[in-house]
Design a protein around this ligand. Sequence first.
Ligand SMILES: [Zn+2]
Length: 430
Amino acid sequence: MGDFELDKYTIKNLAEWHQQGRVNLNPEYQRLPDAWSDRMRYDLVDTISQVWPMGVILLNVIPRVDEDNVPVEHYDVVDGQQRLRTILEYLSPPESPPSSPSWAISERKEGFRPYKKLTQARQTRFGEYKLAVALLHDYEEGEVQDIFSRLQNSRPLRIGEKIKALRTDFKPTLRALAEHPLFNIAGGRHKSRDANWNLAGLFFKAVYRDDPFNRHEYDFLEGFLRSTQYDETKAQRAMDLCRRLMNYERTVFQVAEDKELLSRDDLGSARLMKWVFTALLVLSDKFALSGRELSVAQGISAYWKSKDAEGNDEWTAYLNSGRTGRIDTREVKACLEQMVNRLLIESAAPPLDAQRYFTPQQRVEIFDLSHDMCASCGTQISRRNFHADHIVPYRKAGPTTVPNGQALCSACNRRKGGSFDPLLVTPAST
Ligand SMILES: [Zn+2]
């Protein structure tokens, strides 16, 4: 459990810590600073000159060791960022002033005097001013973020901001992925870099863990980013695959936009981005997608438009589950199966291993022989949600042929043990 100690430190103390590189004015949860006006800066300097008190500065203590292995405390500024920045800039004004106000030229304004122009005695007095500082020890990262956000008029951090703020070995990877141009394509809603961190995190988790499904997005992602033992080789492979899929997705989205298959609004939907990514992940190592950008874009468009059509039970179930605040894995899966099926149908992508997976032509024939009924339970099925199943399972040497194929509904397919057959998320589990 965390605790804090209240103490006083002089401006000189804090300036020294900062000079030693021990003060981080911009921990990840800090939002971009709203620039203080000159007026506010002058007032702060004046407050100090008059030796008037100011509010407490909150520093989160990060224990580190220096190069000689000696323990040394570092500090993340949780509250007081603007005040400290102002004080430090007053002591040594930045050399190129475009972003900073007139530290040097404002002598005559408001009776303000630059630090360098103060008498020695007044410089010393300024340095001896005592700041009230609360040092935070041993709080969990999440707690520090909450402390920060409560100080910001109780505005909680958004998911992307929270992910950005986590200390995780995966951070450089996430940063690189969050900067991927895929996220810029939509123009509209996806301008926020924080949202990109969240998406990049989900994409990365999907590949690293081979687990694109989750119930509670942030909790799962946070758990993953905190707990997974960092495996550099695996992370690099996951990163490469993420990049490849994201590049492909970006091209597909561009085609979809050029051909007006999807609106800019649709393209800006985080859900669409996630699901297309997942569908590509499921398909990419089993079917040859490259060169099929246009037909894949058509498949996405067909799926995205059909989701609102009446009688799309999977989508209705998904929305109902979403309304309760929980996204049940089964409903998410069912919708994804639809999208994957659509992409397979529209793109007619050939399987990379025709021994193992049915070709698009075989799938059409299997469905045409089904009379729109599940071969096991008789439920009505459709082209967009059926599963082409091996009657004699592949692992029992059943051939991948139309006579050994049958069309199943999702439920029966799951009962039979195929998690996503023939499009297994985890290869070789049937
Ligand atoms: Zn069935």
